[in-house]
Design a protein around this ligand. Sequence first.
Ligand code: FE2
Length: 296
Amino acid sequence: MSNPSIATYSAPTDGELSAEMLQRFRRDGVIVLRDYVPVSECARLRERTLDLVDAFDPATVRSVFSTTRQTQLNDEYFTESGNKIRFFFEDDAFDEDGELRQPKHDSLNKIGHAMHDLDPVFDAFSRTPKLAASVGSLGYSDPGILQSMYIFKPPGIGGEVVCHQDSTFLYTEPESCTGFWFAIDDATTENGCMYFIPGAHKMPLKRRNYRQADGSFVIETLDDTPWPVEDKVPAEAPAGTLVIFDGRAPHLSGPNHSDSSRHAYTLHVIDRTCHYPADNWLQRGDDMPLRGFDRE
Ligand code: FE2
C-alpha cells in the first residue's frame, strides 16, 4: 500500500456526515473532522477534569499502580471501573521512593470509564445533538455509549500505546464498536498523536480479551496476520478535532517526550441491538443500563 493520508474535513455544523465522509470512513476506517467542538468546550472539559484530579487522593491506589502496569487485566481497580470514575497512573509516574515525579495531573495516564454517565459536565460534552447525528449517520439503530476515557498523555512520561484494535476490548456480536476521539490539546507527532493504517480495518479482528471461567482475563489471538505498521499515518489533530474510527481500525500512539500535555477525550459507542458478551471485561451492572444520547 502506498502512503495514503487520512481524510480530513471541516466538521459538519449539524453533525450529519456527508456521503463522501462516509465513503472515506468505510474505505479507510478513520476520518478526521476539524473544529467539531469549540475550544471553549474543550477548556471546560479540561477544567472539570482537573477538579476531579484535585479531589482524587493518589494514596488510595498508589500501592496498586506504583510498580506494575495499570493496564494489567486482572487488576480489580481496572476491571471494576466500567461503571465508575477511576484514575490510572502512567507507568513512570512514581520514583523509587513511591513519590510522584510530577504534579498529580501530569502523572495520570487516564480517567475512566463512566464519566459520561456520572458527571454532569462530561454528560453534557458527550450527549450533544451534533454527536448523536454523527452516530446516526454511521447507521446505528440503537447506539449506546459504552465507555468514556479522559486521556492525559502527560509531558515527559506519557507512554507509548502499541498497535491494537478497540474491538479487542469492546466486543459485540456482530462487532459494532466505533471510537470518537476528541482532541482537547493539539495532538502532534511531537506529543504522541495517534497513527492509523488506512484500510487495515478490513483485516480480521486479531485478538479478543475476555474473562475466563476461573475469573482471570486473557487476550486470545484469533488471527496472527501482521498489520502493515510501516503504512501508518499520523492523525495530527488541533484542539477541537474529532477523529472517528472503526473498532477494527488498528491504531497506536507514540510516547510524549515533549514538554506539553496531549489531553484527549474518547467515547466508544456500540449498538444495543448487538449481543454484549457476559465475559467482556466492561460490565456496568443492572443498576446502570447502557444509555444512548438522550440527556436525562
Ligand atoms: Fe485504542
